[in-house]
Write a protein of this length. Structure first.
Length: 309
């Protein structure tokens, strides 16, 4: 009887251990596209006009300085950056955060409200496709990310962006957008935003060992919005933008992005379902090896007891 109980316990433990080889597939966000990417150094004037078909794929990376899985993800993105033409924006976790000083609560909340995830790593392509975790569904992360970045938005039109610094911590931005074929559900809005990005922030105490953290989003400023009533979109504006401080150095840049927002009937408090602190937020892949070790130890102990019985 003792042997039977022991075998049942071993089978029970094995049944609840997830596979360590299963990758989370990329899924659609269903919140609206994110496009743009025209930019200028914050301390220099810049003017650019671009056909929408020539804009780069926009890649948002949800990360943290303690997230070891994030290192594989970010290196894979770096490896395809030149060939794919992607433009990266790294959002660092800040809510309930005690180890990462590079994020802000406002930006973190913006990301959570839009995509509903609070556990890095997560990568979003053009606002439309999200890949959570660091296990590739393809042969490699590079291959998977290249495929995801090659999904075109097929927008027809153009965007213009001009930036003029007026002081060390402010500048004047002028922008315009014309789109002929913006398809979105009724009740959608499009928001023009200035994203303030630090090229590289040095944080030697980051426990994932990177030390230099690139493409850090330091601020997001709304420039204007439009309620969509047809496929034709025309919007323009200008305003003065205050710059947030860089974590270190003077390598800020100002980027123009357009965020399409689909209508939302009800917004749940995602943080209540996903609250976590520090490394507890790292995706499930971190904990799978520990669970597998526990299962293996249980099996070995069971076999040993059976032999001694």
């Amino acid at each position: 009887m003792r042997k039977a109980y022991l075998l049942v316990l071993i089978v029970f433990l094995m049944a609840f251990v997830p596979s360590s080889t299963v990758a989370a597939p990329a899924t659609q966000t269903d919140v609206g596209m994110l496009f743009g990417g025209q930019w200028s150094l914050a301390n220099e004037s810049g003017v650019v006009s671009t056909n929408l078909s020539e804009l780069p794929p926009i890649v948002e990376v949800y990360t943290a300085t303690w997230c070891s899985n994030c290192v594989d993800v970010e290196h894979a993105l770096d490896n395809i950056e030149n060939e794919s033409g992607i433009q990266q924006y790294h959002i660092h976790r800040a809510i309930n955060e005690i180890q990462d000083p590079l994020g802000s609560i406002e930006i973190d909340q913006h990301f959570i409200d839009r995509y509903g995830t609070q556990a890095p790593p997560a990568v979003i392509f053009n606002g439309t496709t999200i890949k959570i975790g660091s296990i590739a569904e393809a042969a490699s992360l590079e291959e998977e990310f290249t495929s995801l970045s090659d999904i075109h938005l097929s927008l027809i039109g153009d965007s213009s962006f001009a930036w003029t610094p007026v002081s060390q911590d402010a500048g004047f931005v002028a922008w315009s957008l014309d789109v002929e074929n913006m398809t979105a559900p009724e009740g959608s809005t499009i928001v023009a935003q200035a994203w303030i990005v630090e090229d590289s922030a040095r944080f030697e105490d980051g426990s994932n060992g990177l030390e230099n953290y690139p493409h850090v989003v330091r601020g997001i400023v709304e420039l204007g919005h439009l309620n969509l009533t047809s496929e034709s979109v025309s919007m323009t504006g200008n305003t003065t933008v205050s710059l947030p401080p860089a974590y270190d150095g003077s390598d800020l840049s100002v980027h123009l992005l357009y965020q399409l927002n689909y209508p939302v009937e009800s917004v749940e408090d995602v943080s209540q379902n996903n609250e976590c602190e520090g490394t507890d937020c790292e995706d499930e892949e971190q904990f799978i090896p520990a669970a597998s070790i526990l299962m293996s130890m249980s099996v070995l102990i069971g076999v040993a007891l059976l032999r001694n019985d």
